[in-house]
Design a protein around this ligand. Structure first.
Ligand code: ADP
Length: 632
């Protein structure tokens, strides 16, 4: 993940989390506030319905009294004169647009009954309907002054529910009859709805739905039963002093909330009314506000990402410059600088990096110069070796030749002959050193000639063995040769390989104390590329080599230990040598495309941990490769 993303992403995620929580809290708050508002509106509507119903009731009673006190009513009632009664009542009923009116005498007989028919005309109902005999009217007929009462009931004439308001007709202090005004509940409801600004439903005493402003509840709708109040709810409504909030319900796809209360006028509980408000606006307000806040938070989140981008930009640009500079420096371009000049931690880091690079550059230049000087010196040394070796070879050959002649002539004089042999031995050793110097200078100048032919390594190693046969005996060392005879023939220069084995065996003899063991072990193996190669290991029980010298001993003239400690003989224990053997061995092995290295736990002349020299050679000599000397 890029740094820019690492900076911006947490901000962005945090904003989303905060926005989601905020959105949730805010929309919930709004929804709760709207629900609260809705409840208050329902409470208001309920109060309005109660008040308005009582006010209308007063009007109806006034109209009933108007009829009861009309001149001639009592006489007509007492005389049982229906026509006279109608003459008195009809004008008042017409002018007040009454829907139903009936007048009963003290026996509860309907002396006059007018009902507005479907055409809108007040029709006079002939005969007894029996409505005057209803129990609620009896107390009015027994009253000793003006009494009024009201009730809801189903009109047997048209099957509709009516609100009936009754007033006694008083003569003196006695009741002479009762005037009853009927108003269909359906006629009352629209006014109530207008005042309450809510739909209104009415239930009778048993909780049956009897009228509603919701059009779906037409009188003949089966839904009525579903909306009947169960006895428990009914009891709750009767017992509660306030409006009782009901369950929300869905009707024709709209959600509504309802609250109900008892409709009481005077002492009379007429039934239960309910006020209904749609919930849509609550939901839509919550939705609207959620959308608004969603939009707002969206903008904020974008702003945060933008700000994160702007804030992280200078930081990231600096880091990118630093990265580019460090990559360039790592790739070897030490001229690179970050050029960051800020006052913050990145600026400090960049300055330190630039300083570091400058110092590295200076040190590298110094090293390059030193290296050039060393190279020059090495070249001088190499040419000195070469010149010295060449110059020494001729006189040495002369010394050797003349000494040999001298030894022949003085054969009869043993003392002088021994001296001549001593000179000869020294000359041979010097000749050997001179030829080693020549070998090294050939290797150094890459002119070592390899003349490959089929070589039996067993034979070459046997030659080296024979060379040191006497030395091994003198030093009481055991040499075991294993596996080399079964090795396949390899393409190599046998004389050069002889030199390799010569030096390795000579070293093993030199650095192994008397009575020790030397093993030469050869086997065929496969290299990582799947090619076959031979491996010859020279293992001894000698003084061992410290790991820190493992690669250095292959450099020319490199010797561990103190030179003056060396004894003089080339096969004596810790005998001296010019420090060229391993450099020659490495040069020859590498010229064959092989590798050579040493493994030893360390240098210890008391415990003698021993050393193992590994030589790997391809079956076919490859072109010269400079190879690492460490173990593969
Ligand atoms: P020289 O033997 O002439 O000193 P070489 O190049 O043959 O030079 O060896 C370099 C050094 O490596 C030796 O001086 C010696 O310290 C160490 N060395 C080589 N072979 C062995 C060995 N088999 N055991 C311990 N040390 C060894």
């Amino acid at each position: 993940m890029s740094i820019r993303l690492k900076v911006i992403l947490p901000y962005f995620l945090l904003t989303i989390v905060v926005a989601t929580i905020g959105l949730y809290v805010i929309t919930n708050l709004i929804a709760t506030r709207q629900e609260e508002r809705l409840k208050n509106q329902l409470l208001d509507a309920g109060r309005v319905v109660s008040r308005e119903f009582s006010r209308q009731e007063k009007n109806r009673l006034t109209q009933a009294r108007q009829i009861a006190y009309t001149e001639g009513l009592i006489q007509a009632l007492r005389a049982g004169d229906r026509l006279a009664l109608e003459r008195v009542v009809r004008p008042v009923a017409e002018s007040a647009r009454l829907e139903e009116v009936f007048v009963i005498d003290l026996q509860g007989r309907e002396q006059l009954h007018l009902l507005r028919n479907a055409e809108g005309a007040l029709e006079s109902i002939e005969g007894e309907i029996g409505m005057g005999k209803a129990a609620w009217l009896a107390p009015l007929l027994l009253a000793t002054g003006e009494v009024s009462d009201r009730i809801w009931g189903k009109n047997p004439l048209d099957g509709r529910y009516y609100h009936y308001s009754a007033v006694t007709v008083v003569e003196g202090r006695q009741a002479a009859g009762v005037v009853v005004i009927g108003t269909a509940l359906e006629t009352l409801l629209p006014d109530l709805k207008n005042f309450a600004i809510a739909d209104v439903v009415l239930y009778d005493g048993e909780g049956r739905l009897i009228a509603s402003t919701l059009s779906v509840y037409g009188a003949d709708l089966p839904a009525q039963d579903a909306f009947a109040l169960n006895p428990r709810t009914l009891r709750e409504i009767h017992e509660s002093p306030d409006l009782v909030f009901g369950e929300n319900f869905t009707l024709a796809g709209r959600k509504y909330s309802i609250a109900r209360d008892v409709l009481q006028v005077g002492q009379r509980n007429l039934g239960v009314f309910g006020v209904i408000l749609p919930l849509d606006f609550v939901i839509s307000i919550a939705q609207d506000s959620r959308n608004n806040y969603l939009f707002l938070f969206g903008i904020i989140a974008l702003g945060v990402v933008g700000m994160g981008y702007l804030v992280s930009r200078p930081l990231i640009v600096s880091l990118q410059k630093l990265l580019q500079a460090s990559l360039a420096v790592a790739g070897g371009d030490l001229d690179q600088r970050t050029n960051i000049r800020t006052d913050d931690e990145i600026g400090e880091l960049a300055r330190t990096f630039d300083e570091m690079t400058a110092r590295l550059q200076a040190r590298t230049e110094e090293l390059q110069k030193t290296y050039a000087v060393l190279e020059q010196m090495d070249r001088a040394k190499a040419s000195f070796i070469e010149v010295a070796a060449h110059e020494l070879r001729t006189p040495l050959t002369l010394v050797k030749g003349y000494t040999q002649m001298l030894a022949m002539k003085l054969k009869e004089e043993p003392e002088v002959s021994a001296l001549a042999h001593g000179i000869l031995e020294g000359a041979e050793r010097m000749q050997e050193i001179v030829s080693s110097m020549l070998d090294v200078s050939r290797i150094d100048s890459n002119i070592l000639k390899i003349l490959p032919e089929d070589v039996n390594l067993g034979v070459v190693i046997g030659r080296a063995h024979t060379t040191f046969e006497q030395a091994l005996q003198e030093r009481n060392l055991t040499l075991t040769v294993q596996g080399v005879d079964s090795l396949p023939l390899i393409q190599a220069d046998p004389d050069q390989l002889y030199k390799v084995f010569y030096h390795l065996l000579m070293n093993a003899i030199k650095y192994t104390p008397d009575g020790g063991r030397i093993t030469i072990y050869g086997h065929l193996r496969e290299n990582p590329q799947g090619e076959e190669e031979v491996e010859i290991v020279f293992s001894d029980t000698g003084i061992g080599i410290d790991p820190q010298h493992h690669s250095l001993i292959f450099e020319k003239f490199y010797q561990t230990g103190e030179v003056y400690m060396h004894s003089s003989g080339k096969t004596k224990f810790k005998g001296g040598g010019p420090g060229l053997g391993l450099a020659i061995a490495r040069g020859i092995v590498q010229a064959h495309g092989g590798r050579i290295w040493v493994e030893s736990p360390g240098h210890d002349e008391a415990r003698c941990p021993g050393s193992q020299f590994f030589v790997r050679l391809p079956l076919k000599a490859k072109s010269h490769e400079r190879d690492s000397l460490s173990a593969p």
